[in-house]
Design a protein around this ligand. Structure first.
Ligand code: IMP
Length: 420
């Protein structure tokens, strides 16, 4: 019965989930993206070649495996066609190998324009990726959106555009002003059409038949629309439960949930970040960790690991195993810290992650300190191969967060992993 494994980001995204999906996909028949869109960027190294995927699940490079985008995803069709072209040199793709849900909502040039103008006009911008994610989910919620199954039908797509233009003069202006973008929007439909299938029914039947599924989370728990640091969040359910509602399956099928966290912390966009570093240690993390967004190229804000946030993320997701990624990035730091609690000017010492932004912004971290190490850590093998200080750090994370660490990331390549 326990055929589903869910892997989610345990922080503010960019934990390096793609690499672990690629590794775990070895044991799966299906890899399924269940939320988000091309705001995500998963960097993989396939045969030494760097590949950045935004929409296609990272398991696509595994032979005999099916990759799917489920109902909770939003799809930018033009970029999806680009991505399909990019991976064709690395893998021969057949329609049965990639399934796109007809229920997924489509990101149009109108949504992308809205995202940019809303951000430009906002007195407190979110710092979105400007990919049209929020407006597309908003239109889904207000029942004005276009679903992929209708998008690939020429007549239904044009009907949607006509209705939208009749009801909203700003949409009509966008049609006129962005003629080239709309042209590309139309053109992408034919390429995508063969991949559109009733993904959810297919996946439920496959689950009943005992097929193994890997649900691939995008972004991270702290960006979840309900449970994240609202309003500085994305517009989807990034946590493990989001997989069940997106695909439409019972939680009884879930066997294992992995949370992926970096050995430190990063954040892109605005919002409180108690352990943020604006010093030499922060610069080290940014430089050695190549902390620039895979989607936007924006520099990521860097800081120490925040165990208050990570414990919260563990509760919301229910993961019982943590993958601690990018441990190698800490090599060369003399001292390493973990926030074990927060100090708040009015509330005193806090160990529960606050529900609101203002409280979080007023918190200062209470740290535990650890010795660093300066010898390179081995890329493969077993935890015992680590320098003693690195081993102590990994043990401290497990103790402070209260979660078993099952794997440790030691480099960018697929094989750069220690197993505990
Ligand atoms: P949106 O998802 O483009 O609407 O952006 C909302 C917030 O989520 C912003 O703070 C973005 O920087 C952040 N965000 C969205 N996608 C990612 C991601 O893949 N990694 C990290 N942050 C992300």
């Amino acid at each position: 019965m326990s055929v589903v494994t869910i892997l989610v980001g345990a922080q503010w995204g960019d934990e390096g989930k793609g690499k672990w999906i690629d590794i775990l996909a070895d044991r799966a028949d299906y890899v399924v993206r269940f939320q988000g869109g091309n705001n995500a960027g998963h960097t993989l190294y396939v045969d030494g070649e760097k590949v950045v995927l935004h929409q296609i699940p990272s398991g696509i490079f595994q032979p005999n495996m099916c990759s799917a985008l489920a109902a909770g995803v939003v799809v930018n069709p033009v970029q999806l066609v680009d991505e399909l072209q990019k991976i064709r040199s690395l893998v021969t793709l057949t329609p049965g190998q990639l399934l796109l849900s007809p229920r997924a909502h489509v990101i149009s040039p109108w949504h992308i324009q809205l995202d940019s103008t809303q951000e430009a006009q906002a007195s407190k911008p979110i710092g979105t990726t400007k990919r049209g994610i929020g407006p597309t989910y908003a239109h889904k919620a207000t029942r004005l959106g276009l679903r992929l199954g209708h998008y690939v039908d020429d007549q239904l797509r044009r009907e949607w555009m006509t209705t939208m233009a009749q009801d909203d003069p700003a949409f009509a202006d966008c049609l006129r002003q962005q003629a080239a973008a709309w042209e590309a929007f139309h053109a992408a439909a034919a390429t995508i059409a063969p991949y559109v299938a009733d993904v959810e029914t297919h996946l439920r039947q496959a689950m009943t038949a005992g097929k193994r599924m890997l649900m691939e989370g995008a972004q991270g728990a702290l960006l979840d629309l309900n449970h994240g640091t609202y309003p500085f969040v994305t517009s989807s359910s990034t946590c493990a439960g989001g997989a069940c509602s997106s695909v439409g399956f019972s939680p009884k099928y879930v066997g294992k949930i992995y949370g992926v966290a970096k050995a430190y912390l990063t954040r892109v966009g605005a919002g409180a970040f108690p352990t943020e570093l604006n010093d030499a240690a922060g610069q080290h993390l940014a430089k050695v960790g190549h902390e620039f967004g895979a989607t936007t190229g924006r520099p990521r804000r860097c800081g120490w690991l925040d165990a208050v946030a990570l414990r919260y993320s563990m509760g919301v997701n229910g993961f019982e195993s943590l993958i601690l990624n990018k441990l190698d990035v800490l090599t060369g730091l003399k001292e390493i810290k973990i926030a074990v609690a927060y100090q708040h000017p009015k509330l005193g010492r806090i160990t529960d992650f606050p529900w609101d932004e203002a409280t979080l912004a007023a918190c200062t971290p209470v740290y535990e300190s650890f010795s660093g190490w300066d010898t390179d850590i081995p890329k493969h093998g077993n935890i015992d191969n680590l320098p003693a200080a690195a081993r102590d750090y990994v043990a401290a994370v497990a103790r402070i967060v209260g979660c078993k660490i099952e794997m440790v990331g030691t480099g960018v390549n697929r094989g750069d992993a220690l197993y505990l």
